[in-house]
Design a binder for this molecule. Structure first.
Ligand code: GDP
Length: 522
């Protein structure tokens, strides 16, 4: 099952739960049944799925039967059930999530290994950092080498690629072509046949020229694991890498567990990149299988282009899978865009937020403008909370739809007044000071009718009196909708997304936050 289908099915199960009048053991079982059968169809190991089911069931039952929670509303009960499923899905792709672990080198306590790539490995500035790649033929190793080189180059590291694949005809040409296209210096030979000799010479040459990240692509001749690990040991001894990365094709599904375990045993400390998660991959199976071995997944490959490499973080991954957005991924992208230029502006924004300022609609406009320049939009759009769902879950696929959706968001912002732009959006929900016109009031009643089920007319007229707060928002939204050539519904949708983003930006913008560290402001 394609990964985005898995997300969509779980999301639909969540929505079904929201429609249930009460939340009890029966409705929870129904939800779990759908979630678990979707996971099994995505090739997640049956035992892992059974564990998830048992754990969620017992956690939820304890919560719902706890006398202290007796006065929870159905909405609260629903939320807690969804949260329990969400948390256990996160644990499925990162069993260490939220736990401390010991750094193998320093012995220090660090956060879970998959809380982000730089928790797994952070290249030291001004020093040579050698990264060796291994992987079975066709796994996407050469492609991932270029992707990772580009990733570090964009973050300001002087980066070079060494082609030590002497077996496959055309391997050097492939790497050379990929590297040249992305302006990454490379090293290789058409005549030398010994991969160990090439790796050593290439690494030495880049070190002599003060390169900071040196990526070695090893031979792709391996059909068997044993050969792969033998060569890995030989090159390892020659270039003493700071990190060894194994590339795994998501299409192998659960078989990823055996490979990942063998790699962990052979390499000691290393990380994994799971590729082809954009395809008809048994993606859920591969990721959960690797996670079960507690070998850190550092990145995932989501396409054939050099920019289709996403840092793997468990919580945002699940959040994006379920169409809830991935704000950390989004900020990663924005930061990447701003490395060469607008970094100063980003720092100013962070400072403002840190000092209690507002992440305004104007700030959001600026970030959106950056995002639109990043492409491919369908991938980026899935990172915006609420946007993935609008585009059909996970945000994958339709570039044109994502592009037009984002353009319409821009039109909406551009139709706002200066005061509205600099606000946190609350202007749109401020109480009115004038009497609503019949048309405005009508709009509200209609809105309420849609959300009230079968109430008597007495109740309706009571609600009508409460209308003003909504009228004010609708009046503003109506004006913005008219000015932007969109609908009131779209304006409201935009404001809802903006609020979600602003809330998350605020949470992330504190002192010592990763966002601050990444922008170099720490
Ligand atoms: P290697 O033999 O392991 O070096 O594999 P390559 O890097 O040559 O990749 C094999 C094929 O997989 C190529 O056609 C790549 O374009 C493709 N590929 C690599 N990574 C991804 C990915 O994340 N998504 C998709 N769809 N294709 C990928």
């Amino acid at each position: 099952m394609v990964l985005s289908d898995l997300g969509r099915r779980i999301n639909t199960a969540f929505q079904d739960l929201s429609r249930q009048p009460t939340v009890d053991a029966g409705t929870v079982d129904q939800l779990l049944k759908t979630v678990c059968s979707a996971l099994i169809e995505a090739d997640v190991n049956v035992k892992l799925v059974a564990n998830l089911r048992t754990q969620v069931r017992s956690e939820v039952s304890a919560l719902l039967n706890d006398k202290a929670n007796a006065n929870w509303s159905d909405a609260q009960r629903r939320q807690r059930v969804q949260k329990a499923v969400f948390d256990h899905l996160v644990q499925l792709v990162d069993p260490n999530h939220g736990q401390q672990k010991t750094d193998p080198e320093s012995g220090a306590q660090v956060a879970s290994a998959t809380s982000g790539p730089s928790d797994v490995f952070k290249p030291r500035k001004g020093k040579p950092n050698v990264i060796m790649f291994v992987g079975l033929q066709g796994s996407g190793k050469t492609t991932s080498c270029t992707k990772l080189a580009l990733y570090y180059q964009k973050r300001g590291y002087k980066t070079g690629l060494v082609c030590a694949d002497t077996f496959r005809a055309g391997a050097f040409d492939q790497l050379k072509q990929n590297a040249s296209k992305n302006n990454i210096p490379f090293y290789g030979s058409y005549t030398e046949t010994d991969p160990v000799a090439i790796s050593s010479a290439g690494v030495a040459s880049f070190k002599a020229n003060r390169f900071e990240v040196i990526i070695v692509d090893t031979s792709g001749r391996h059909k068997q694991e044993q050969e792969l690990f033998d060569e890995m040991r030989e090159i390892d001894a020659a270039v003493t890498p700071d990190l060894t990365i194994m590339v795994l094709d998501a299409n192998i599904g659960q078989a990823a567990e055996a490979q990942s375990r063998a790699f962990k045993d052979a390499a000691g400390y290393g990380a994994i990149i799971v590729t082809k998660l954009d395809g008809h991959a048994k993606g859920g199976g591969a990721i959960s299988a690797v996670a079960a071995t507690k070998t850190p997944i550092m990145f995932i490959g989501t396409g054939e282009h050099a920019t289709d490499l996403e840092p793997f973080r468990a919580q945002p991954f699940i959040s994006k899978l379920l169409g809830m957005g991935d704000i950390t991924g989004l900020m990663d992208k924005v930061e990447e865009m701003q490395m060469n230029g607008g970094q100063e502006r980003q720092r100013e924004m962070l400072k403002k937020i840190e000092e209690g300022g507002t992440f305004s609609i104007r700030d959001w406009r600026e970030q959106l403008a950056n995002i639109m320049g990043m492409g491919p939009l369908s991938k980026i759009a899935g990172m915006i909370p609420g946007m993935g769902q609008l585009l059909g879950g996970g945000g994958g696929g339709d570039d044109e739809a994502a592009g037009s959706k984002m353009k319409r968001m821009m039109y909406i912002i551009d139709a706002m007044t200066r005061e509205e732009l600099d606000s946190d959006g609350s202007l749109f929900t401020a109480p009115v000071r004038h009497k609503p016109t019949p048309r405005e009031a009508g709009a509200v009643v209609q809105h309420q009718e849609a959300s009230t089920s079968g109430d008597g007319s007495k109740k309706k007229s009571k609600k009508k009196k409460k209308a003003p707060t909504k009228v004010r928002m609708t009046a503003r939204a109506r004006r913005v909708a008219r000015g932007s050539g969109t609908s009131v519904r779209e304006v409201e949708e935009f404001l809802m997304q903006y609020r979600m983003v602003a809330r998350m930006v605020k949470q992330m913008g504190g002192k010592n936050s990763w966002m601050r560290q990444m922008s170099g402001a720490a």
